[in-house]
Design a protein around this ligand. Structure first.
Ligand code: VG1
Ligand code: CO
Length: 543
């Protein structure tokens, strides 16, 4: 088997964002674009000779081609074993689980998550380390630096590997192993949750609809919900992963999964409706007549996790990303466990989980997870809710209302101004950052700014610092407006505005969310001049 060294020139735009490198498919299809990035990853790592690399993706367009490239480059760079999900499929949480159970050196996950796929859609490559989690900034910074100087990559000349045939083959000195993408993950879920109780609940007439959005979760959801748990056939819809997700936007939010929301609010709603995103790490949970916001879901899972066998001993702590509502903090305080606030992106939870400072983590962007892997996990969150409902023998709506009554409700919404002009968005953030010192103490109608800062994080485990992670305006009554620019978009800039207000009074907890937040929403626009800077009077997506 001959190893070729191929000369190449750097691309200057290969900076990993919130979750790996994400670009449009045609961008990735430029000559050597994938090869440069993959070689830069390998060049930034040490000590992997003879070790195992896990590779898989969400099945989107360009997944298979990229896997073939990775296989040949991994062999040329000296990995000993490459483990790939059959058909090139591995959900993000399943890849994380596999890296951990195999004791692999790391893994490459190919996905652009909830962004559309297809020839003109999005693609992405992310490196995960041996704990199963996204590489920390120290590594992603090194990878980016390498992409800017790279002058050659290594690849073996060999025919493509058959990704659809289970079993082992050899490529030079490296073993290539095609594995069932679901088996390992399913066993892990069986260990964490009370499958017998959930199965009995389905046998007694509990109903569910799970929309896999023609993305990666279909095979997992069918095997676990309809297979192991006995949910009625047809519970899982859009269960076949398609390279273009059927032309849909596989983002499980109230905009792109509106049909599910409408079903959950209808007269013949199932007991629970749920969905997951392109790569299977996000979740949407809607009980009959009751949407559970992701921030609330995190708090409620933290409060009830002990009902699941895998968490019966209790939790060590809870972490949330800074823009996520503070609902989980109240649970942690009452339980007497620690609460951490991190920058956006799952990579910041890894150290806290490894050090057992926290058990449960979550983000407002429909991500929840635990120490079972080092990624957020969509199906895990859904199974956790099923376990909680089975154990409490209450509806989702009753559990949510009981939680608000005892902890208070954090009204919460995120307003996204998507694909706006990048210069305008940067100017908005720049001028807001400049004005920060002058905002503290100022009054806007009934609202007084108590704190105004740019969030900075000091990692208590490795001592690393991450600055400029989002601007927070915190008001005297604890309400918040947070501004940050997305790090996952592939066109223009996306301004995210996060709005939150706490309501302890149980008689005022059933107001429609946008109504409850109306004053803050209006201020969120006027205070920074969103329309002047972006040309948008209204957000494109409200979740
Ligand atoms: C978004 C979310 C963030 C999440 C990230 C990756 O990032 O806000 O919470 O961790 O996507 O999720 P940003 O930088 O666009 O706000 V996924 O499911 O796209 O891997
Ligand atoms: Co995702």
């Amino acid at each position: 088997m001959s190893v070729k060294t191929v000369a190449t020139k750097p691309y200057l735009d290969q900076a990993p964002g919130t979750s790996g490198l994400r670009k449009k498919v045609p961008h990735f299809q430029q000559p050597n674009y994938v090869e440069n990035f993959v070689q830069s990853i390998f060049d930034s790592l040490e000590g992997f000779a003879g070790k195992t690399l896990v590779v898989g993706g969400d099945g989107r367009y360009f997944n298979r081609e990229t896997i073939q490239t990775v296989v040949k480059m991994a062999a040329a760079n000296g990995f000993g074993r490459l483990v790939v999900g059959k058909g090139g499929i591995l959900s993000t949480p399943a890849a994380s689980a596999l890296i951990r159970s195999l004791g692999a050196f790391g893994g490459l996950i190919l996905s652009a998550s909830h962004n559309p796929g297809g020839p003109d859609g999005d693609f992405g490559i992310k490196y995960n380390i041996g704990n199963g989690g996204p590489a920390p900034e120290k590594i992603t910074n090194a990878i980016f630096a390498r992409t800017r100087t790279i002058d050659a990559y290594r690849i073996v000349e060999a025919p493509d590997v058959d990704l659809d045939k289970l079993g082992q083959t050899r490529l030079g000195a490296m073993t290539v192993e095609i594995v069932d993408p679901v088996a390992d993950y399913r066993k892990l879920m069986e260990r964490l949750f009370d499958f017998a109780a959930i199965r009995a609940m389905f046998a007694n007439g509990f109903t569910m609809r799970f929309d896999a959005m023609s993305a990666v979760t279909g095979p997992y959801a069918k095997a676990i919900l309809e297979g192991a748990l006995g949910a009625a056939p047809g519970t899982v819809i859009n269960g076949e992963p398609l390279p273009d997700f059927g032309g849909h936007h596989p983002d499980p939010n109230l905009v792109h999964a509106k049909h599910l929301y409408d079903l959950a609010m209808s007269a013949d709603a199932p007991d629970i409706c749920a969905a997951s995103d392109g790569d299977g790490d996000r979740n949407l949970v809607i009980g009959r007549g009751m949407f559970v916001t992701p921030s609330d879901s995190l708090a409620m899972i933290a409060a009830n996790a002990h009902l699941a066998p895998g968490y019966a001993k209790g939790i060590s702590g809870v972490a949330r990303s800074m823009p996520t509502s503070a609902a989980a903090d109240r649970v942690a305080a009452k339980m007497g466990v620690s609460a951490y606030e991190t920058p956006t992106g799952w990579k910041f939870f890894g150290n806290l989980l490894d050090a057992d400072l926290v058990t449960i983590c979550g983000e407002e962007s429909a991500g929840t997870g635990s120490n079972h892997v080092r990624e957020k996990d969509g199906l895990w969150a859904v199974l956790m809710w099923l376990n909680i409902v089975a154990a409490r023998k209450q509806s989702v709506a009753d559990i949510v209302r009981a939680h608000w009554a005892s902890y208070g409700r954090n009204y919460y919404s995120r307003h996204d101004y998507e694909e706006v002009d990048a210069a305008g968005a940067n100017a908005l953030m720049g001028s807001l950052r400049e004005r920060l010192p002058t905002l503290k103490g100022r009054r806007f109608g009934a609202l007084t700014v108590a704190e105004a800062d740019d969030f900075a994080y000091h990692d208590p485990v490795d001592g690393s610092d991450s600055a400029r992670q989002g601007v927070r305006l915190i008001f005297a009554d604890g309400a918040r407006i947070v501004y940050r620019l997305s790090g996952t978009g592939t066109a223009g800039a996306t301004l995210r505005v996060y709005i939150e207000r706490y309501e302890p009074d149980a008689s005022k907890q059933e107001i429609e969310t946008q109504t409850a937040l109306a004053d803050l929403v209006a201020l969120s626009r006027s205070i920074v001049g969103i329309e002047q800077h972006t040309g948008r009077a209204e957000p494109s997506v409200i979740t």
